[in-house]
Design a binder for this molecule. Structure first.
Ligand code: NA7
Length: 487
């Protein structure tokens, strides 16, 4: 019975997944403690409750992306008749942007604390580690310790950015953990890594007026549809963001004038190169925070910095679960963590049997020209079903509002990957263009409902929008017809 333990549930980690799970568990009658603790970055950056998304991820990223889009809009506005005197003098002030972003984050931290108190989740600002399978020790900032026992434990500690193992990386480089609160403007920036974090950061930095370069080790946006990924990269190059392909960094040194000299090498030609930057941003992937949990004391198996779980988010120790970015082999996305955390709490305390469905999760890359998708990449569909059984519909399009300011429409493109036979079930939708996330979210519900090309092409569009392009996908790749619009 639960009387043997202090809590029905101990949640280690107060990010998206952990908080959602903790609150839902209380709503289902459980007594819950939630531990949260942020280790400062090598630069000393730290933050409050809420995890990566709120503090150093989705939220500040979206705000800086918005700041960069606004800059673009100011310059377009004159084409629409706005009279903007001395347009060339308009530039963002980094300190003010950081302040605005950090103020918002602080208000979210506050609301989160109040919400936990209202919902009767016991919040403990301490770093949790296992003493035995049912006992967690919370280590507080002042060094004191508190021992808690729980009938169940959920590990939701998430991850942190990796640093490369080269000289100067930790001393002189920063990561996304530091960028959004950086006290001086980043200036000319080298972004190492071409995952979505790297592309997003390079994109908004350039939009804010700082030179940004992306260093790519192998391919852009691994795991995403590669035609779309390459178009995202090309659209960034068109905006003046150079890509150093097949290149890895060798060292970072401080120059006499306090800038950063980065030496690098092309892995194909072995040609060496170097350049001087003001900021070097590592965006080379994230590491699960398994190290400080003393998982051995609970007998939990670790798999490549992450925790392996079954379809019910259960670890190899039956009463210990994991949700969010710490899970091995699952998408690292906030809404995924929240949904999985809630469903887990309902199964543990609400008698539910529903498990998390990790398929067809829509996502967006907030590059300057945004990319959103749901479902399968073209190459994955071909690999799974064979080229003969897949039909790919595609088309370039011209957003109405792009004409007046003469914005480039070169990379505005939509694609549907579908089964070739019958009503042509839609397997994946891909969109490159403005407000991509807003466009794809509704279509994601349709895909989850079993959308077919027949239904999609029988859907009447909203004119003039860019989302309506999905309802006009008449051209297949197989036909070889030109997918560029006439006007
Ligand atoms: P990702 O998506 O794992 O991307 C990391 C990128 O960094 C990727 O392009 C890697 O190239 C590159 N990389 C990795 N190690 C190195 C080193 N040592 N040197 C240079 N480049 C390197 O990470 P993100 O941080 O963008 O996103 C984190 C997660 O959030 C991601 O897993 C998503 O699921 C959500 P590679 O392709 O490995 O050659």
């Amino acid at each position: 019975g639960s009387h043997e333990y202090d809590y029905d549930l101990i949640v280690i980690g107060g990010g998206s997944g952990g908080l959602a799970c903790a609150k839902e568990a209380v709503a289902n009658g459980a007594k819950v403690a939630c531990l949260d603790y942020v280790k400062p970055t090598p630069l000393g950056t730290k933050w409050g409750i809420g995890g990566t998304c709120v503090n150093v991820g989705c939220i500040p990223k979206k705000l800086m992306h918005q700041a960069s889009l606004l800059g673009e809009s100011i310059h377009e506005a004159t084409a629409y008749g706005w009279e903007i005197p001395n347009k060339e003098a308009i530039k963002p002030k980094w300190e003010n942007l950081v302040q605005a972003v950090q103020n918002h984050i602080k208000s979210v931290n506050w609301v989160t604390r109040v919400d936990l108190r209202d919902k009767k989740v016991e919040y403990i600002n301490g770093a949790g580690s296992f003493k035995d399978p049912h006992t967690v020790v919370a280590k507080m900032k002042n060094g004191s310790e508190r021992t808690l026992t729980g009938r169940n434990v959920v590990i939701a500690v998430g991850g942190r950015p990796r640093y490369p193992d080269i000289p100067g990386a930790v001393e002189y480089g920063i990561t996304s953990d530091d960028l959004f609160s950086l006290d001086k403007e980043p200036g000319k920036t080298l972004v190492v890594g071409a995952g979505y974090i790297g592309l997003e950061c390079a994109g908004f930095l350039k939009g804010l007026g700082y030179d940004a370069t992306v260093m790519v080790r192998s391919i852009v946006l691994r795991g995403f549809d590669q035609q779309m990924a390459n178009m995202v990269a090309d659209s960034m190059v068109e905006r003046g963001i150079p890509f150093l392909h097949k290149t890895i960094p060798k060292s970072v040194e401080k120059t006499q004038d306090g800038r950063l000299l980065v030496k690098y090498v092309n892995t194909e030609t072995q040609e060496e190169g170097s350049d001087v930057y003001d900021t070097v941003l590592w965006a080379i992937g994230r590491k699960g925070l398994v190290d400080d949990l003393n998982l051995g004391a609970a007998g939990i198996e670790v798999k490549a910095d992450k925790i392996a779980v079954n379809e019910a988010e259960q670890t190899n120790v039956p009463h210990i679960f994991a949700v969010g970015d710490i899970i091995h082999g699952r998408p690292e996305l906030t809404p995924v963590a929240i949904h999985a955390g809630r469903l887990l709490a309902r199964r543990l305390f609400g008698g539910s049997k529903q498990i998390m469905d990790y398929t067809d999760v829509a996502t967006t890359v907030f590059s300057p020209l945004e990319y959103a998708c749901v479902g399968m990449a073209e190459e994955d569909a071909i690999q799974k079903f064979g080229e003969d059984n897949i039909e790919v519909f595609h088309g370039f399009y011209k957003p109405t509002e792009f004409f007046i300011p003469q914005k480039s429409v070169r990379y505005c493109y939509v694609k549907a990957v579908a089964e070739r036979s019958g009503d042509q079930k839609v397997l994946g939708l891909h969109y490159l263009g403005p407000v991509a996330g807003e466009v794809i979210q509704g279509f994601a519900a349709a895909v989850k409902s079993g959308l077919t090309m027949k239904i999609l092409l029988n859907t009447v569009g909203i004119h003039p929008t860019t989302a309506e392009e999905f309802t006009r996908l008449a051209i297949t790749k197989r036909s070889g017809l030109d997918p560029t619009p006439a006007s």
